[in-house]
Design a binder for this molecule. Structure first.
Ligand SMILES: *Cc1c(COP(=O)(O)O)cnc(C)c1O
Length: 416
C-alpha cells in the first residue's frame, strides 16, 4: 500500500463497513484495544436505560420473570453459541473466566478421576494468561490429591508434553501477548488420542476468529464477553460444556442458580440436568443485559467474513510497520502465518511501555504487556483500513521524534 487513499479505497469496498455505524466511537481516538475492552455498541446506552428505568424501576422484583432476567444466562448463551460452534443449551453467560475455569477444570478432573485415576497432570503453557495458571494452582492445592501443573515454554512442545499422565490439557487458543493461535482441531485430536480432556480458553478467540467447538470435539471451553464481543467492562463471561459432559459431574460452586429447582428451596443440592448446572448465584443483570447488544451486531455478519477482514487488517499493519518504521528497534512477536495468528499484533520494543504511553497521548490506543510488548487489537466490526494507516504514521512519528522519552510516559498506572 502506497498512500492513505489506498486505505480509504479499501474501506469503501469493505462489506462490513456499515456495522461501524452501530458503535459509539469517540471521534478523537483511534482505538486498537478492542481485544482488551470492546467499544460500546450504540444500543447499549438505551438498553441500560431500559433495564434501570423500566425493568428495575417499574418492574422491580417482577422483572425476574416479566423481563426474562432469570432466563438471561441461558438465552444469551444460545445467542453466543453460533459464534463458537456450540449447539443450543450448551453455553451460559455467567461469572468471570477465572471462576468458570475453576468450575470446568474441576469437572474435567472429576471425570478423569473416575475414568483414569492415575492421570494427575494438567498441561498448559507458561505464557498462558496468568489467571488461568493461578486458578489451576489454587484448585490443585484445594484438591490436595497430588495433581501437578506441567507448563511448556513453547507451543511446539505441547504435543510431547501431553502424554499418558495427563488428565486435562488447559490451553488458551490465542495467546494474549503474542497473538499466536493454536490449531484447535489438531491439538484436540492429539489430546484425545492420549486419553486426556481438552479445555479451551477462548478469551482472545470469541468474536475474533472462527471457532468450531463441536466440530473439533472439544470437551470444555470458557471465554469472555468484554473483549471482542463488546459486552462492556466486566460483563459476565461464558462457559461451554457439550451435552455429553453436562450430566457427568457437577461443578464445585454448587449454588442455587445451578440447582434443578432453585425456588423449591430444598435443603440439599441437586444439580440442574443441563448447562444451567454451571451457574452459581445471582447474576449482575444490568451488565449481563448489555452483552446482548454486542452479540446482536455479530449476528448481522458471520465469523468467516470477520476473519477475512481481520487478516487483511493485521497483514496491512505488519507490512506498514515494517516499511514505515524499519529503522527502529521493533520486533514482530506475532506469527506471520495466517493459520497461527489471532486478531491482534504485537511488536516488542526495548521501551515498549513508554512508546505505548506516547501513542495513547496522541490518541492511538493500544496497550502494553510485559515484557516490552506493544499490543494492537484489530476488531473488524469497527476498525477501518485507514485507522491502520494512521496508527502506523503516528507510531512512526512517536519513534522518530522520540517524544516517548518525556518523563511523564514512564509513570505506570495500576492497570497497564
Ligand atoms: C482476559 C483473559 C482472562 C480474564 O479473566 P477474568 O477472570 O474474566 O478476568 C482470562 N484468561 C485469558 C486467556 C484472558 O485473555
Amino acid at each position: 500500500m502506497k498512500t492513505r487513499d489506498d486505505a480509504l479505497a479499501l474501506d469503501r469496498d469493505d462489506p462490513l463497513r456499515a456495522l461501524r455505524e452501530q458503535f459509539a466511537l469517540s471521534p478523537d481516538t483511534l482505538y486498537l484495544d478492542g481485544n482488551s475492552l470492546g467499544v460500546p455498541p450504540k444500543a447499549a446506552a438505551a438498553r441500560a436505560q431500559q433495564v434501570i428505568g423500566a425493568e428495575w424501576g417499574e418492574g422491580l422484583i417482577r422483572s425476574w420473570n416479566t423481563a426474562g432476567w432469570f432466563a438471561l444466562p441461558k438465552r444469551l448463551g444460545n445467542k453466543l453459541a453460533s459464534l463458537i460452534g456450540a449447539a443450543e443449551d450448551e453455553v451460559v453467560i455467567t461469572d468471570t473466566i477465572s471462576v468458570n475455569l475453576f468450575k470446568v477444570l474441576s469437572a474435567a478432573l472429576r471425570v478423569q478421576a473416575e475414568r483414569a485415576p492415575g492421570r494427575r497432570v494438567i498441561v498448559s503453557e507458561r505464557s498462558n494468561f496468568p489467571s488461568d495458571l493461578y486458578i489451576a494452582q489454587g484448585l490443585i492445592e484445594q484438591l490436595d490429591r497430588g495433581y501437578e501443573l506441567r507448563l511448556v515454554d513453547d507451543p511446539s512442545e505441547l504435543p510431547a508434553a501431553i502424554d499418558q499422565d495427563v488428565a486435562v490439557a488447559m490451553i488458551t487458543h490465542v495467546n494474549y501477548r503474542t497473538g499466536y493461535m493454536h490449531d484447535m482441531a489438531a491439538l484436540t485430536q492429539h489430546i484425545h488420542a492420549t486419553g486426556a480432556l481438552a479445555l479451551w480458553d477462548l478469551a482472545h478467540s470469541a468474536g475474533a476468529v472462527p471457532v468450531d467447538l463441536n466440530g473439533v470435539d472439544a470437551d470444555y471451553a470458557v471465554g469472555c464477553t468484554y473483549k471482542y464481543l463488546n459486552g462492556g467492562p466486566g460483563s459476565p463471561a461464558f462457559v461451554w460444556v457439550p451435552k455429553h459432559h453436562q450430566g457427568t459431574f457437577s461443578q464445585p460452586l454448587s449454588g442455587w442458580w445451578g440447582h434443578r429447582a432453585p425456588f423449591a428451596m430444598e435443603p440439599s443440592y441437586r444439580p440442574d440436568a443441563g448447562i444451567a448446572r454451571f451457574l452459581c448465584g445471582t447474576q449482575p443483570m444490568v451488565s449481563m443485559a448489555l452483552v446482548e447488544c454486542g452479540l446482536d451486531v455479530f449476528l448481522q455478519t458471520d465469523m468467516q467474513q470477520v476473519r477475512r477482514k481481520s487478516l487483511a487488517l493485521t497483514d496491512l499493519f505488519i507490512a506498514l510497520v515494517e516499511q514505515r518504521c524499519a529503522e527502529f528497534p521493533l520486533e514482530l512477536v506475532t506469527p506471520r502465518e495466517h493459520a497461527e495468528r489471532g486478531s491482534h499484533v504485537s511488536f516488542a520494543h526495548p521501551h515498549g511501555y513508554e512508546v505505548m504511553q506516547a501513542l495513547i497521548a496522541r490518541g492511538v490506543i493500544g496497550d502494553y504487556r510485559e515484557p516490552h510488548v506493544l499490543r494492537f487489537g484489530f476488531t473488524p466490526l469497527y476498525t477501518r483500513y485507514v485507522d491502520v494507516w494512521d496508527a502506523v504514521e503516528t507510531l512512526r512519528d512517536v519513534l522518530a521524534s522520540e517524544v516517548w522519552r518525556a518523563p511523564e510516559f514512564a509513570t505506570r498506572g495500576a492497570v497497564t
